[in-house]
Design a protein around this ligand. Sequence first.
Ligand code: FES
Length: 127
Amino acid sequence: MYTEQVMDHFMNPRNIGVIEDASVIIQVGDPTCGDSLLLFLKLENDIVTDVKFKIKGCGAAIATSSMTTEIVKGMRLEEALAVTDEQVAEALGGLPEEKIHCSSLAVGAVHAGILRYLSPAEEDETM
Ligand code: FES
């Protein structure tokens, strides 16, 4: 049911860990399944210079988070903001229909993290 690429990223996830001097740390969760992701972004000169994550989630969430970090690392912030769930699923050779939502965990975290970094004042207003 999973492609070879999904199994590879599930069994050997890339960029697992923490970034001690992260520019942004963001936690996101999927309330429907209870899975959650803690994402660390290092952003310098408009570039995602490093990204790491810790996760409590299903195999598809692990694989898509791993692939998302591979895709966005080295990107300009605006490019990373344009990355979509579909792009991540495609890079993994596709996901089973019922697992497509899992890819939005990491992509959503990247987007939310960068937006928070770009507009810290807005974040404060909502807190
Ligand atoms: Fe929760 Fe996959 S089932 S993210």
